[in-house]
Design a protein around this ligand. Structure first.
Ligand code: ADP
Ligand code: MG
Length: 376
């Protein structure tokens, strides 16, 4: 069995949830699959540490576990995760067949980490840098999906496009680059929405605004890309979180529903498979396939829809979903071990990105005038 890495944590509001996903993946890879697993813990401050794959979530509750060893991520042709400090083997990167990326939100899911791994020559699971960036940007993803002819709710950039808002409240405001319902708020009018721009720490990188539809609920489907495109069963998670906190306020599927006091989305209340009438299931499957194709989904992603049981709207894609959406693979059944094995196969067989300098053969440089002449 090969040596593999698992990256989790990171400077993201979803850091803690990522630790849970990463420890599940690390445990499965080291346990039933027998790999030598290097836990690659990315701190909230952006440092890297190697940790044992057998650690528990509580070991990270107060920061870096005591047994962790510092690493550096070096980019370049001889790049990789390199032990730092006085340990033996200093200077040589870990030899990893591939890395399972388990980051949620922030630079671990927005393409930054993926670009760094590309530059370091490391093979990894999940979205490419471009796919991750598209999936993290609620405004751009919405534009791409809408232009592909798929059904969406209207969505505008709060504070910029708001003069042209062509729909009445109540509104739902979301961080443009957010996740896990963190920073999502329901408001009655535009003025209240704009106030959030100055008061919410989660909206500093921008926010999108769309109609809040109290009659809509979530329907989610996972997609995996290797060995071939495959769709999971459809889940209807049950929402209980009041967006404003008070009784009588609108409900959304919130952070607490998903993660607090349980095993995350794996054990959260749900209907799975969701009981759907008419051709709703077929619509979801067709839309999911189309989204997988136009957004270049790689690895395991989860596509979320909103519906009232008849009408269907595409909401968002999670390119590295919580627990890698392992609980959704009930029909057809895909054990977590198989999910991870296929992710690693894809990472090694079909790298997310290959750079080429083909065409840059010096012709332009040999024929170029002096730089001074170009500047004159
Ligand atoms: N337009 C909407 N109307 C009603 N509820 C919504 C709407 N958009 C999102 N929600 C609810 O809010 C939750 C979080 O929104 P979502 O767009 O998924 O953001 P995040 O990326 O934070 O998960 C959804 O799971 C859903 O329950
Ligand atoms: Mg969501």
């Amino acid at each position: 069995m090969s040596e593999v890495g698992v990256i989790f944590g990171g400077p993201s509001p979803e850091h803690d949830v990522s630790v849970l996903t990463g420890l599940q993946a690390a445990r499965e890879l080291a346990g039933s699959l027998g790999h030598t697993v290097h836990g690659l813990y990315w701190t909230k401050g952006g440092d890297w540490f190697e940790v044992a794959p057998t650690l528990e979530a509580g070991d990270f509750a107060d920061g870096v576990p005591a047994s962790a060893h510092r690493l550096r991520l070096v980019v370049g042709p001889d790049g990789g995760f390199t032990p730092d400090g006085r340990r033996l083997g200093r200077g040589r990167p870990l030899e990893l067949a591939a890395i399972v990326v388990c980051c949620h939100g922030g630079p671990g899911e927005d393409g930054s980490l993926q670009a760094a791994l590309d530059l370091a020559g490391i093979r990894y699971t999940g979205p490419s840098a471009a796919g991750a960036a598209l999936g993290m940007d609620k405004l751009v993803f919405h534009a791409v999906v809408t232009s592909a002819g798929l059904p969406t709710l209207p969505r505008v950039l709060l504070g910029v496009d708001t003069a042209e808002v062509g729909f009445p409240g109540p509104y739902i405001v979301k961080p443009r680059f957010g996740g896990s319902s963190i920073g999502v708020e329901v408001v009655h009018d535009l003025d209240a929405a704009k106030v959030l721009l100055t008061t919410s720490v989660h909206l500093v990188n921008g926010a999108v605004l769309e109609p809040y539809r109290h009659d809509f609920y979530d329907l989610q489907i996972a997609v995996r890309s290797w060995p071939e495109l495959e769709l999971s069963a459809i889940e209807r998670p049950l929402r209980t979180t009041r967006a404003g906190g008070a009784a009588g306020e609108p409900e959304i599927l919130g952070y607490a529903d998903k993660y607090v006091g349980g095993e995350g989305m794996v054990s959260a209340p749900k209907e799975l498979p969701a009981v759907l009438v008419g051709d709703l299931e077929e619509h979801i499957r067709q839309a999911a396939k189309r989204i997988a194709a136009i957004s270049g989904l790689r690895g395991v992603a989860r596509i979320d829809f909103l519906s009232d049981g008849t009408e269907l709207k595409v909401n968002e894609v999670n390119t590295i979903p919580g627990s890698l959406a392992r609980h959704l693979w009930v029909e057809p059944p895909v054990p977590f071990s198989k999910l991870l094995t296929d992710l690693l196969d894809e990472a090694q067989s079909r790298p997310a990105r290959r750079y080429t300098a083909a065409g840059a053969d010096g012709t332009v440089l040999r024929g170029a005038s002096s730089i001074a002449a170009k500047l004159s």
